[in-house]
Design a protein around this ligand. Sequence first.
Ligand SMILES: Cc1cc2nc3c(=O)[nH]c(=O)nc-3n(C[C@H](O)[C@H](O)[C@H](O)COP(=O)(O)OP(=O)(O)OC[C@H]3O[C@@H](n4cnc5c(N)ncnc54)[C@H](O)[C@@H]3O)c2cc1C
Length: 215
Amino acid sequence: MVESGRVRGVESAGELLAADRVVLATSAWTRELVPELPVIPLRSHAALSEAIPPIAAPAFEVVVDGEIIYGSTQFANGHLLLGGGPDRPRTMSEQYDYTMSFKDTLKNACLLARIYPRLAGVHIVRCWAGTMGTTPDGLPLVGKSRVAEGLFVIAGFPNGMAFIPYIAALLAALAAGQTPELDLDIFQPDRFAGLDIRLPETYNYTILADYLGRL
Ligand SMILES: Cc1cc2nc3c(=O)[nH]c(=O)nc-3n(C[C@H](O)[C@H](O)[C@H](O)COP(=O)(O)OP(=O)(O)OC[C@H]3O[C@@H](n4cnc5c(N)ncnc54)[C@H](O)[C@@H]3O)c2cc1C
């Protein structure tokens, strides 16, 4: 809730929770609340493996058969999350479609087994689709926004599981009026203000990366 250019609080279930500082951490849904912040929704797939011994350097972004495949995180309990198989191009609203077909699952599993041959015999315990947020330059929006006095933003991490908690702690310090131990300026949330950012009518991660690289 913003009045006279100042944050007044958050409205939830019809109730106003008053606050003079609010942190917006709504990733792919950010534009619904603040259209000036260009977080781009991007549908993605994920597969979760059974628990396996730690594997070395699991994070990746590679191109296979002309498609970008990206992201993996191994949890402390050994489960490996493999995110980001290729998806067919979709409209903006379809980026929020969470259905998964056998074909999607099979294609992803085959690609992942090519990237990680030693995982070929590992069991997958769950697959799903979801929406993550990205931005026109691929960097998240983190910091104080000029859209309203008292508004802080942390959004637009396409593959952020490993480092969001740390960056969130830096933002929390900033919102509390302290100086964060690392400068967040590179992530300034209003850096796209005034730019006319148009997206292709349909896109997936590969199309988006290619298209935005030309901006
Ligand atoms: C299928 C898939 C696989 C992924 N795989 C990996 C991976 O292997 N490794 C990796 O590092 N990252 C991966 N990611 C990306 C990772 O999930 C994101 O980087 C991370 O979740 C971003 O965290 P966040 O808190 O910024 O946003 P989110 O986790 O998206 O949280 C945003 C929250 O805001 C809520 N929200 C939206 N609108 C409102 C509103 N109006 N009011 C209140 N709440 C609202 C949403 O419900 C959501 O819970 C994957 C993403 C997906 C979708």
